[in-house]
Design a protein around this ligand. Structure first.
Ligand code: PMP
Length: 438
């Protein structure tokens, strides 16, 4: 007898039912074992955890925002114009010529050993002494975030994150059914007194958050940097309440002032640190990493293995060659100079055009300005009108797990030219003026 679980040969009736289902016509599901079952629509099969997976507002915007007539201040695409494509092309050719058999083969689940050593050299720039054995290379730091959430978070667990926070992290937290508790920032980043309050309130309910997820430098989306004196204070609080810390630092080397900010990981080797080559080299290569305590490493590698077997050998080896043969420090400086020029253009335009009652952060690095608009304006509702006026932005609501942020906007200055940025802000100001006139 045919088992209902075993794949069966298609026959005419099943094929017809599937076609009807695909066409959106009704279909009937026969009792198990009767031999003529229709495929259930997948919506009835999804795991409950997928209920938390919603399209990021930013990704949803992508199609409209990328129309050429629209100035997009919405996305966070790195500006790659300064990359030395010619020499990268010969690096790629050389990689295939010399190391093709390794570069095109599976590799270690933890990542290419030589690259892990070089990653430690990169992290030393921010005061971190890491052991290559504790580095896990991932497909962008996004994957590290997702895997860490997978290995630490059970449904309903509390995770602390700044309010607002990185939309991709919120996506992973939602996918694993975490409960996100936001802690507010001011212009100097996460506020220790508010973190203390949140930890205390949770403690009184008998809740220990699984971890604090924080972006200390050039925050996405808030554009602020955690004051140095707050760094040990935050770590002290987390130690006191027994809360792990995940430090996400993809923008740390893209500062505009020459000042370096000590990583939280440089104070305490138990901090989990996430880094990425997406902003300092090329996001399309999808090479990021986690530096983790040995106790976390083994589980993380197992999780990585089950997700991808191993990160791509080819792009890891390309990054490794790039770090060996190119002056990556000066390349990062060039990137930073480009971004600083764009930041200046954005701040100047905000000062020139925006109506009274708006305020914004002035970032010392990274990609983003966080704008607060006058009371009565709903930035999510206003977005279609902005797109009609040929400017796109990311509404603040996408950066909170709890619907907050409707008076906020994230503006990215990383990608458009300074002239386009000025024009985009001018258009945005006109939309805001019209909104306030109503
Ligand atoms: N963390 C933050 C704060 C980010 O802004 C991003 C990318 N926008 C990431 C992590 C993920 O970067 P990637 O996966 O490209 O390394």
């Amino acid at each position: 007898m045919a088992s209902p679980d075993r794949p069966q040969q298609p026959d005419a009736s099943r094929t017809a039912a599937a076609a009807a289902a695909a066409a959106g016509e009704g279909h009937e599901v026969a009792a198990p074992g009767t031999g003529s079952r229709a495929l259930l629509p997948p919506t009835e099969r999804f795991a409950t955890r997928t209920a938390g997976m919603t399209a990021s507002e930013i990704r949803a915007l992508f199609a409209v925002a990328s129309r050429p007539e629209v100035v997009s201040l919405a996305g966070g695409m790195p500006n790659l114009a300064a990359l030395p494509l010619q020499s990268l092309a010969s690096e790629v050719a050389d990689l295939v010529d010399v190391d093709g058999m390794t570069a095109l083969q599976y590799g270690s689940a933890q990542g290419v050993p030589q690259l892990r050593e070089q990653i430690c050299e990169v992290m030393r720039e921010e005061g971190i002494e890491g052991d290559p054995n504790d580095v896990v290379v991932t497909v962008g730091s996004q994957m590290a975030l997702d895997l860490l959430t997978r290995i630490f978070v059970d449904p309903g667990d509390v995770v602390l994150a700044e309010g607002p926070s990185y939309v991709g992290a919120l996506g992973s937290f939602a996918a694993y059914q975490a409960r996100v508790v936001h802690v507010a920032m001011d212009e100097h980043g996460l506020v220790p007194a508010l973190l203390h309050e949140a930890l205390d309130a949770l403690d009184r309910q008998g809740i220990t958050p699984k971890f604090l997820y924080t972006i200390p430098n050039f925050h996405n989306p808030a554009g602020v940097t955690l004051a140095h004196e707050r760094r040990p204070q935050i770590l002290d609080l987390c130690r006191r309440y027994g809360v792990m810390v995940i430090e996400d630092n993809p923008y740390g080397m893209l500062g505009f002032t020459g000042e370096t900010h000590p990583a939280l990981r440089s104070y305490d080797a138990d901090v989990i640190y996430l880094g990425s080559f997406s902003k300092t080299f090329a996001s399309g290569l999808r090479v990021g990493w986690a530096l983790v305590p040995p106790l976390v490493r083994d589980r993380l590698v197992l999780a990585a293995e089950s997700a991808t077997l191993c990160p791509p050998s080819f792009t890891q080896m390309l990054v490794s060659r790039y770090l060996s043969h190119h002056d990556w420090r000066s390349q990062i400086k060039t990137f930073s100079e480009n971004y600083r020029e764009r930041r200046d253009a954005m701040i100047a335009a905000l000062e020139t055009y925006l109506p009274e009652g708006c305020s914004w952060t002035v970032p010392d690095g990274g990609f983003f300005v966080w704008l607060t608009v006058p009371e009565g304006v709903d930035t999510k509702a206003m977005l279609p009108r902005a797109v009609t006026a040929r400017v796109a932005y990311a509404s603040g609501t996408g950066f909170y797990a709890d619907g907050f942020g409707s008076r906020q906007i994230r503006l990215s200055f990383c990608y458009p030219t300074p002239e386009r940025i000025a024009e985009g802000v001018r258009r945005l100001a006109a939309v805001l003026e019209a909104e306030l006139d109503v």
